[in-house]
Design a protein around this ligand. Structure first.
Ligand SMILES: Nc1ncnc2c1ncn2[C@@H]1O[C@H](COP(=O)(O)OP(=O)(O)OP(=O)(O)O)[C@@H](O)[C@H]1O
Length: 216
């Protein structure tokens, strides 16, 4: 369902990247490991269509997202890609449930409070439904960030360092929840991290490195 071919990216002449090709089938998981600065977030943003590659092609299902732009790209992303960011993006003036309703609305979906309750229940957050996101603990915020990403049952979920700030117990809990929720909605999952604790949790992983020859 995800296919990347010969993707490269350049912030500027002294900061360019060539990424390995990725082939991910429907419903499967991939862990992308790499040290700080190798371009993990950059790659995730390319796959999610937040950045445009310098060369190469990225397809999600039959759609070459590298050929989409503007509203078309936003619409496709809203319906097909869920992102778990390093720092969760909430609208602080809204409750957790209202934040989730907003994500449903932005993707053009009907507001579905039942789905919101199901997802929050699976994440152990049902009691926080009406809570303001800033009142959640760090572990709860990370779980709430997963709710934002999975609420619309996207085909692909991209998670950027979802466990970096968490202790071991919360780290493994968040990974289990991510794997469980994506499986239930039939989504594929990519996690990028430098957190070596996750390696044993994924059968499928690639190591991102940056070769000297690529640094001009
Ligand atoms: N907007 C930008 N303009 C210029 N350089 C950037 C920009 N964003 C990131 N970089 C640089 O590109 C490199 C890769 O950044 P990226 O965030 O993709 O790495 P990463 O592997 O995710 O790192 P970390 O694990 O520390 O988050 C870094 O050297 C970073 O400083």
């Amino acid at each position: 369902m995800l296919n990347t071919q010969s993707v490269s990216f350049e912030y500027n002449q002294s900061n360019s990247f060539e990424f390995p090709d990725i082939e991910l089938s429907e419903g499967s998981n991939l862990l992308i490991l790499g040290e700080s600065g190798v371009g993990k977030t950059t790659l995730l943003h390319l796959i999610g269509g937040l950045l445009k590659p310098k060369t190469g092609k990225i397809s999600i299902g039959e759609t070459a997202i590298t050929a989409l732009k503007g509203k078309e790209l936003d619409r496709f992303r809203g319906a097909n890609v869920g992102m778990v960011f390093q720092r969760p993006h909430f609208i602080q003036s809204l409750s957790l449930a209202e934040n989730l309703q907003m994500i449903q609305f932005l993707a053009g979906k009907n507001q579905d409070l039942h789905r919101i309750k199901v997802v929050l229940d699976r994440l152990g957050l049902i009691s926080k439904l009406k809570e303001n996101p800033r009142n959640l603990s760090q572990g709860e915020q990370q779980r709430a960030a997963i709710a934002l990403a999975v609420i619309n049952k996207p085909r692909l979920i991209l998670a950027d360092e979802p466990t970096a700030a968490l202790d071991d117990k919360n780290c493994f809990r968040v990974v289990e929840l991510l794997k469980n929720l994506t499986k239930r909605s039939g989504s594929s999952l990519i996690i990028i991290t430098h957190d070596q604790r996750l390696k044993s949790e994924f059968a499928n992983s690639i190591n991102l490195t940056r070769t000297e020859s690529l640094i001009h």
